[in-house]
Design a protein around this ligand. Structure first.
Ligand code: PLP
Length: 398
């Protein structure tokens, strides 16, 4: 089947598909969970009454407490967003020179925070099944300037934390996990955000759990949390003392209030996404050339994303053709993560950014597609997406 650059191919078959499958309203890759407006309005009234808008207000304090209990961790520091939290995590561990080993298959923030801390990113290839940094590739990248490892729990699937920690211990490296996708994920009944030296969450509106914008650092010790809290508030340890070059990373009361309400509905949201994930898996399992992930034994997943891999040879259509065609049906998927961070012009000249160093990541980035997934998505829509995937494949065989 031939596709054009603009619009779908004009065949009777395609017209028939458009008539049967085109959705009346656009379906986006995600939609935020909105708390009941009247509850948020109540909180706004309190903010108006108290006139405390930011700087560790009452909603901030309550959110930090409840989040720690929910995540089953001791030390949470809230942030205005996940990117500033990552930036501060590096500063908190005094990693501000040399090299850090990381994955190219991630959101730009993971790599950019290294650059902003004057650290050279060293890209390591990924595992073809979980899409996370492959521990087998780490050791050969360690050199005299290596300071730390920053893996990402991509799409919420836990990294191989034991293998990574063993390497870090052997070479005396710090490990900071970018856990932006891993809200509430547990591994062997332990929160995944307890792994490594620090973990960083994002509560951006596109995430499973949101405080509009927001993020958090999960510390291991009270001393670590204290340093993080000073650094996110310009370095102030009291009104007259600045312990170091801090930044403004504070979460405000409007975000904290929203986040508190999101906590009330997160379990329901995950349960809905889990049900929809099952529908996707059943609907796509038999479609040749569409690779799907399975649950990992021992892991409590959060079902934040539904990624598929499109094998063009077997499926009969490339990921890009499929992505474009789906738009005609009002289905808006996302190529998370394409391009790789190693392909951005600012990093492409690094020796570790070469395609030869990253064969798995180079393949996955061309094949990956994240399909719509959010709690209020209709099961019938998921079935329609699966039906279309099968129809497209059948069409390419004609
Ligand atoms: C893997 C990853 N790291 C970091 C971030 C940055 O988080 P934020 O948008 O909260 O700054 C995101 C998403 O936005 C992400 O997906």
């Amino acid at each position: 089947m031939k596709t054009r650059n603009t619009g779908p191919p004009e065949t009777d078959w395609m017209n028939d598909l458009l008539r049967r499958y085109r959705l009346a309203e656009p379906v986006w890759v995600t939609r935020p969970t909105m708390p009941p407006l009247e509850k948020y309005t109540e909180q706004l009234q309190t903010i108006w009454d108290v006139r405390w808008l930011t700087n560790n207000g009452q909603f901030h304090q309550e959110f930090e407490r409840r989040l720690a209990a929910h995540l089953d961790v001791e030390y949470v520091s809230l942030f205005c967003n996940g990117t500033i939290a990552l930036l501060v995590a590096l500063q908190a561990l005094r990693i501000n020179e040399g090299e850090v080993i990381t994955t190219p298959f991630t959101f730009p923030a993971t790599t950019h925070v290294l650059h902003w801390n004057r650290i050279r990113p060293v890209f390591c290839d990924i595992d073809p099944v979980d899409f996370n940094l492959d521990p087998n590739g780490i050791e050969r990248l360690i050199g005299p300037d290596t300071k730390a490892i920053i893996p990402v729990h991509v799409f919420g699937t836990p990294c191989k934390i034991d293998a990574i920690q063993a390497i870090a211990d052997r070479y005396g490296l710090e490990v900071i996990y970018d856990a932006a996708h891993a809200f509430g994920v547990r591994h062997n009944n332990r929160p995944i955000v307890r792994a490594g030296d620090l973990s960083v969450l994002s509560f951006h509106a596109t995430k499973l759990f949101s405080s509009i914008e927001g993020g958090a650092i999960i510390s291991r010790t009270a001393a670590q949390k204290q340093r993080v809290d000073f650094l996110k508030n310009f370095g102030f340890s009291d009104e007259e003392t600045v312990i170091g070059p801090g930044i403004n990373g504070k979460m405000n009361e409007f975000q904290a209030a929203f986040g508190l309400l999101s906590l009330d509905t997160i379990d329901e949201e995950i349960a809905s996404r889990r049900r929809l994930t099952d529908v996707y898996r059943k609907g796509l399992r038999g479609v040749p050339g569409v690779g799907i992930q399975s649950d990992v034994p021992g892991v409590l997943h959060n079902y934040g994303y539904f990624p598929v891999l499109i094998d063009q040879e077997v499926y009969g259509m490339s990921r890009d053709e499929l992505y474009t065609l789906l738009k005609e049906f009002n289905i808006f998927t996302r190529k998370y993560f394409y391009p790789l961070c190693s392909q951005f012009s600012c990093y492409a000249t690094l020796p570790s950014a070469s395609a030869a160093n990253l064969p798995v990541a180079e393949r996955v980035t061309k094949q990956i597609l994240c399909l719509p997934l959010y709690g209020t998505l209709k099961e019938a829509t998921v079935q329609a997406v699966c039906g279309l995937f099968a129809e497209f494949h059948a069409g390419t065989r004609r």
